[in-house]
Design a protein around this ligand. Structure first.
Ligand SMILES: Cc1ncc(COP(=O)(O)O)c(C=O)c1O
Length: 444
């Protein structure tokens, strides 16, 4: 597969051009990659009005992902999520009303801030499992909410941080039956397209999907995709570039664009095989660890997630022990530890990580469990709560107050409380459990 962006930039770097254009480093090797860091020069195309090398590269990505259109993001899934929301908003504007969006509560904060920017108040769907982690919304609760709220779009976040995966195929069937678009935050799942049998949300019937390419594919941090399926309305396809442009910087990183371009060649070559091999290694690791008595929980084929409390360690303890041995994990909290290999992880590295975990001495189980929180009670819109005067209070004094932050510093999962919601005793207990000592509340 060709790499038009990489080729163009390399040629330019070799040409000895006098760089009387941005960026100001002029190609001097201060960190190393500057000579390849260019701007939208003649011939370099324009992101979101793409007609040249960027368009050709995005078309390569679209073929690889089987989408009707794939657009690049140099600002991660955050940008693509905002664009997805804009597109739903634009669809509804044509019908003269604000959109109704039903979202699984494990949404990332980029969804929340996107809603704030667009004046959207989402309706939340909670997983039946309770607890903070959980991407599994039952078909019956989705069906009920679809009937009651008649949303324009359903927004699911899957996979989640601990490898939980929603039933996208079932959600898609239900959304289609109720005329709702299905949007999926697949930030953690770009690689799912390249398994022996694809589990990518686009292949399971989602209409709009974002992937953080940088999370699971060999792409520089910030690289992402917005994929639009052929099942989306034509107006969505027509407005997609504009939707990205509304929120994007006008100075896209060509280093990231080259990285996305190069990923196409790798994905068209041997990378899928490497991804599949690492998935097999993760499967073997899950078995070895669980045979050894360490509970594992991830449905995701390329994520290894441990629940080490029954082995005598919190996720954070286990993470620290591994870090001392030079093994750094993606995420930990009191209950979970997540290791994220990729197609670039060698069998030797996987083996080292698993062996180090197996060397950790078993201790008495830790019996504490996270408290359960009831669904939040909305008092103000998210945006109102964010803009009003606020004060910082200890969590012990926060019960009954209206939360005013964009995040609760809890694990990246179901937030116990979202800005504009009243802080319940259950939410306060959860925040304390996760080590949050203070929070911002509306100062009335
Ligand atoms: C589930 C989820 N969605 C969206 C995002 C935002 O992605 P990005 O950092 O690529 O903008 C993240 C980031 O961690 C995430 O975990």
């Amino acid at each position: 597969m060709d790499t038009p962006i990489v080729d163009f930039v390399r040629e330019y770097a070799k040409s000895g051009a006098v760089r009387l254009h941005m960026p100001g480093h002029k190609g001097s090797p201060l960190l190393g990659p500057e000579e390849l860091d260019i701007t939208e020069l003649p011939g370099a195309d324009i992101l979101y009005s793409a007609k040249g090398i960027i368009k050709r590269s995005e078309e390569n990505a679209s073929r690889l992902f089987g989408s009707a259109m794939t657009l690049y993001s140099t600002e991660g899934s955050t940008l693509s999520i905002r664009a997805m929301l804009w597109l739903v908003r634009a669809e509804c504007a044509g019908k003269g009303r604000a959109p109704v969006i039903l979202a699984a509560r494990n949404a990332h904060r980029s969804f929340l801030t996107g809603c704030m920017l667009l004046g959207i108040e989402a309706f939340w769907l909670y997983p039946e499992s309770g607890g903070l982690h959980g991407s599994k919304i039952s078909a019956s609760s989705l069906k009920k909410a679809l009937k009651e709220l008649k949303p324009d779009a359903v927004y699911l976040t899957s996979p989640d941080y601990i490898g939980g995966m929603a039933d996208i195929a079932e959600a898609s069937r239900l959304c289609k039956a109720h005329g709702a678009l299905l949007l999926v935050d697949n930030a953690h799942g770009g690689y799912l397209r390249f398994l022996e049998k694809s589990l990518h949300p686009l292949d399971l019937g989602a209409d709009l999907v974002c992937d953080s390419a940088h999370k699971t594919l060999p792409v520089l941090t910030g690289g992402g995709y917005l994929h639009i399926s052929g099942s989306s309305p034509g107006s969505v396809l027509e407005r997609a570039e504009e939707a990205m442009a509304v929120f994007a910087s006008t100075s896209p990183s060509y280093l990231i664009l080259q990285s996305l371009d190069m990923a196409n060649r790798l994905l068209d070559g041997g990378l899928p095989e490497r991804i599949q091999k690492v998935c097999r290694l993760v499967g073997e690791a899950k078995k070895r660890l669980s045979d050894h008595g360490i509970a594992v929980c991830s449905d995701e084929p390329m994520k290894l997630c441990l629940m080490p409390k029954s082995y005598g360690y919190t996720g954070d303890d286990m993470s620290m022990l591994l870090a001392k041995k030079g093994i750094y994990c993606e995420f930990s909290d009191p209950d979970y530890l997540t290791l994220m290999p990729s197609g670039m992880t060698s069998p030797n590295e996987m083996e080292r990580a698993v062996n180090q975990i197996l060397l950790v001495e078993r201790r008495q189980p830790i019996l504490s469990q996270p408290p359960k929180a009831a669904p939040g009670e909305r008092v103000l819109s998210c945006l109102e709560a964010m803009l009003l005067a606020r004060k910082r209070v200890p969590i012990s004094c926060a019960v009954g107050e209206v939360f005013a932050g964009i995040e609760t510093s809890c694990p990246p999962a179901i937030p116990p409380v979202i800005c504009g919601e009243r802080i319940t005793l259950g939410a306060a207990r959860l925040l304390e459990y996760y080590g949050v000592t203070h929070c911002d509340v509306v100062d009335v």
